[in-house]
Design a protein around this ligand. Structure first.
Ligand SMILES: Nc1ncnc2c1ncn2[C@@H]1O[C@H](COP(=O)(O)OP(=O)(O)OP(=O)(O)O)[C@@H](O)[C@H]1O
Length: 262
């Protein structure tokens, strides 16, 4: 009799807690996430969504509990397996669009000197150009960030994250500062890149509709326990973990009521 092996989750959290001093930010987080999922994360301001992303990136360590990548403790510093895009544009202002993407790749290959030469350099240039084409920036290769719109800057930030071929893409409100029309274009782009690059995505958003539209699974962060005399005593948990199989734009009734608070 053959036994079908159970796939190891890409990310597992086991009784994960995060505290800053006496401030309990996250408590008792238990989740498993498989390769290819698109997790969207909503919750009130300050409830620890960005902190959770930073822990996935390796910028912050758990206070207790386990956070595993492929069943092993997640490396406690950022590496090539995980890329991140923030709401505020994180590109180098003194470099062109093409140079910004090349630099991200050069640091990966040659972190001490940050420079590649000859054939290797040409290969990186070709890869960067191909990626910039896939995010729609081919006409802007020689432009500097100040010459780009907000949407174009975010396209560049996404290309910078993807040039290192991460398996996991972390997005911290990447479209929060963009106009609605531009945001709709970015939604199509991120869905295309998610499929083409076989990514697992964790995305923080304040827009519940966006969360339902993009995600295959939506998490709501909230506090289950509160002490009005000691607001920092308890941390947030994932209070809803919803598979998004319904019509993508429909928000379920039970959390529609909570939308005002997000
Ligand atoms: N480096 C830090 N040192 C101390 N406290 C921190 C640090 N980073 C975050 N915090 C605290 O952790 C809590 C959660 O912050 P976090 O940014 O993760 O929330 P969030 O849910 O992402 O909020 P928002 O939706 O407003 O971005 C806040 O109380 C914040 O003040």
């Amino acid at each position: 009799m053959s036994v079908t092996p159970q796939a190891t989750p890409l990310i597992t959290a086991k009784n994960l807690w995060k505290k800053y001093g006496n401030n309990t930010v996250l408590e008792r987080i238990n989740i498993s996430v498989y390769a290819g999922e698109f997790i969207t994360m909503v919750g009130t301001s300050g409830c620890g969504k960005s902190t959770f992303l930073k822990m996935l990136l390796g910028m912050e360590e758990a206070t207790s509990g386990e956070l595993l990548l492929d069943g092993k403790p997640i490396p406690n510093e950022p590496d090539q397996s995980r890329g991140i895009v923030f709401q505020q544009y994180s590109v180098f202002p003194h470099l062109t669009v093409l140079e910004n993407v090349i630099l991200a790749r050069e640091f990966e290959h040659s972190p001490l000197i940050g420079k590649l030469f000859g054939g290797k350099k040409q290969k990186v240039i070709d890869e960067a150009k191909a990626l910039l084409e896939s995010v729609g920036l081919t006409p802007s290769l020689a432009k500097y960030p100040h010459e780009l719109s907000g949407g174009m800057k975010q396209r560049l930030a996404i290309a910078q994250a993807l040039i290192r071929q991460p398996r996991i893409l972390l997005l911290d409100e990447p479209f929060g500062a963009l106009d609605p029309g531009i945001r709709a274009d970015m939604h199509q782009l991120i869905l295309k890149l998610w499929r083409e690059h076989n990514l697992t995505v964790f995305m923080v958003t304040h827009d519940l509709s966006e969360g339902f539209y993009l995600g295959t699974r939506l998490w709501v962060f909230d506090k289950l326990r509160r002490d009005p005399h000691s607001p920092e005593a308890y941390g947030a948990n994932i209070t809803y973990d919803l598979p998004v199989t319904r019509k993508k734009t429909e928000v379920p009734q039970e959390i529609k009521a909570a939308e005002i608070a997000l």
